[in-house]
Ligand binder design. Sequence first.
Ligand SMILES: [Zn+2]
Length: 278
Amino acid sequence: MKIHCLQTGTVRCKQFQLTGASNIISRFYQLAFTDKWGEWMPTYCWLIEHPEGLILVDTGETAKIYEKGYLPDGGLYHKAVETRIKAEEELPHQLAKIGYKTTAIKTVILTHMHGDHIGGLSHFEHATIYVGKAEYEMASGKKGAGNGYFKKNWPAWFQPTLIDYTDGAEGNFSHSQKITADGQVVVVPTPGHSIGHQSILVKNERFTTILAGDLTYNESTLKAEIPDVLLNNKAAKQTVKTVHQYVKSNPSIYLSAHDWNAPDILENTKIYKASAIV
Ligand SMILES: [Zn+2]
């Protein structure tokens, strides 16, 4: 079961999101009043070639961000995140490079609904699109806009299948949802970066590949248990502990959506080792 890494532009956020900040006052101050940006990072989506069909995880950024009115004109959003993408870097072009049309993909799973993960949604009207129930409720509700979700940019037809994790425990995760009938592709709730953030476990006989979205920005911050925390600090800390425990107890490769090392980890099957990462 091959997994492809597809890059759709780059993103940067404030440095403290990559390295942690001691408390909420420090986080807010650094977010609002400093220009301490972190490095530019890739924005990756993943394509899983599963025997039951192609499964896409996230849809990446879109060049529509440069159109007037797509993103807010001012406010905290532009202090928290900056993205860059050329039209020829959007998902349909990246899929074409590996020989696929968007119409070949029947299943899409979203780790969460921030703009750089749902920018390519408009290409998947024909597909079943899975989102965590809590994530969709926040993103589509009254508090959505204040939490960085822009419902006006969603396609009019968008009506995702909501995941409520009814399939019981998976490893040390208390709840899960199987996506494929063979149980090889499973979604687990990993709240913290956003309220309904989820991660995808792709299991084979030898190891699990964890498509971790924005849970942490790389493997080192997983090891140090530094979650990307904007909103729910408590949930994020618990989640990062749970995922770290999983990768320590099960042979796993850990792929974050914004880690420059992810293609190397994927291609060379670099199994997470607690002691080997600094
Ligand atoms: Zn995000």
